[in-house]
Design a protein around this ligand. Structure first.
Ligand code: CAA
Ligand code: NAD
Length: 283
């Protein structure tokens, strides 16, 4: 199957980026969120990074306008009724995601593929709430979506080969590099990345070093583009906590225990860059 049109559910930092890369690659895109405010915020993010591409000579003003014209915003999920592919990028919460998938299963055409951008939740369980589990798959983009090359493509145990191949080809059509992985907690990306971030938070919690020092060690010592605490703020501390909880519950191993300091920050609403405060303060 060739995908011609898509809907992205959730216009947050990931959803806006996913909608942008699909529109840039010529797909017809619908972007859905709960409120007009969230949709306008997503569009403003897209506009900002597309303008930057124009300034840098990577795109003409006309191409930018054409790209934005390919994106239609809607707060009505029923507008998914003519889509070939839906990519869900709402909050990392199983109840919210399964409700969205149950609705999409009723709304979308029978041939449509339903993908989730979840960072860690079981794709097999999400597929199981639909009547088309073989057409459900993980399509895990990395943040910031327009910049990062990887799409981790996660097969649920029920995912068909045809669905996998369609999603792999679609990721390539976006100029991304798909990598195939199987459905276990955290997949590959967050099973490796998130324990490092959690451990970095423990070093602050135990007074080993200040956040700036921890970040400097990883940046200057290991050539990471961002230190782990800057990266945690960038991802969102709520998302980091959800992922650690999925690893902890999924493997039942104390090595994945979320750091109490991470829990405390999330309880305080210090979610990182998106809320203005995390390990650092943002203007
Ligand atoms: N959207 C689009 N473009 C963006 C962007 C965004 N949100 N943020 C930065 N960019 C672009 C900038 O416009 C800039 O482009 P040009 O200069 O070429 O125009 C380019 O990225 C580099 O940005 P900067 O010069 O401002 O800063 P930088 O050199 O530090 O790079 C970075 C920024 C690319 C984000 C880099 O710091 C980086 O690679 N950080 C690590 C990112 C990472 O690890 N991502 C994975 C997170 S884990 C995940 O996503 C999975 C999960 O489930 C949690
Ligand atoms: P975010 O908080 O920036 O955005 C989530 C958006 O979803 C919000 O705009 C919210 O209004 C909307 N939303 C919530 N419930 C909805 C519903 N029922 N219908 C429509 N919209 C709804 O979150 P994010 O960082 O963009 O993360 C989204 C997903 O992507 C999560 O599953 C997360 O784990 C995953 N992810 C995040 C990152 C990251 O670095 N932040 C990287 C890869 C994957």
């Amino acid at each position: 199957m060739t995908i011609k049109n898509v809907m992205v559910i959730g216009a947050g930092q990931m959803g806006a980026g996913i909608a942008q890369v699909f529109a840039q690659a010529g797909f017809d895109v619908k972007l859905n969120d709960l409120s007009e405010e969230a949709l306008q915020k997503g569009l403003a993010t897209m506009e900002k990074f597309l303008s930057r591409n124009v300034e840098k000579g990577r795109m003409t003003e006309e191409e930018k306008t054409e790209t934005l014209n390919r994106v239609e915003t809607t707060s009505t999920l029923n507008d998914a009724n003519d889509r070939d592919l839906v990519i869900e990028a709402v909050v990392e919460n199983m109840d919210v995601k399964t409700k969205v998938f149950q609705q999409l299963d009723q709304i979308t055409p029978k041939h449509a593929i339903l993908a989730t951008n979840t960072s860690s939740l079981p794709i097999t369980d999400i597929a199981a709430v639909t009547e088309r589990p073989e057409q459900v798959i993980g399509m895990h983009f990395m943040n910031p979506v327009p910049v990062m090359k990887l799409v981790e493509v996660i097969r649920a145990i029920q995912t068909s080969d045809e669905t996998y191949q369609t999603v792999e080809e679609t990721a390539k059509a976006l100029g991304k590099s798909p990598v195939e992985v199987n459905d276990y907690p955290g997949f590959v990306s967050n099973r490796v990345l998130m324990p490092m971030i959690n451990e970095a938070i423990y070093t602050v919690y135990e007074g080993v070093a200040e956040p700036e020092a921890v970040d400097e060690v990883l940046k200057l010592g290991m050539n990471h583009p961002m230190g782990p605490l800057t990266l945690a703020d960038f991802i969102g501390l709520d998302t980091c906590l959800y992922i650690m909880e999925v690893l902890y519950e999924g493997f039942g191993d104390t090595k994945y225990r979320p750091c109490p300091l991470l829990k405390k920050y999330v309880s305080a609403g210090w979610l990182g860059k998106k809320s203005g405060r995390g390990f650092y303060v943002y203007e």
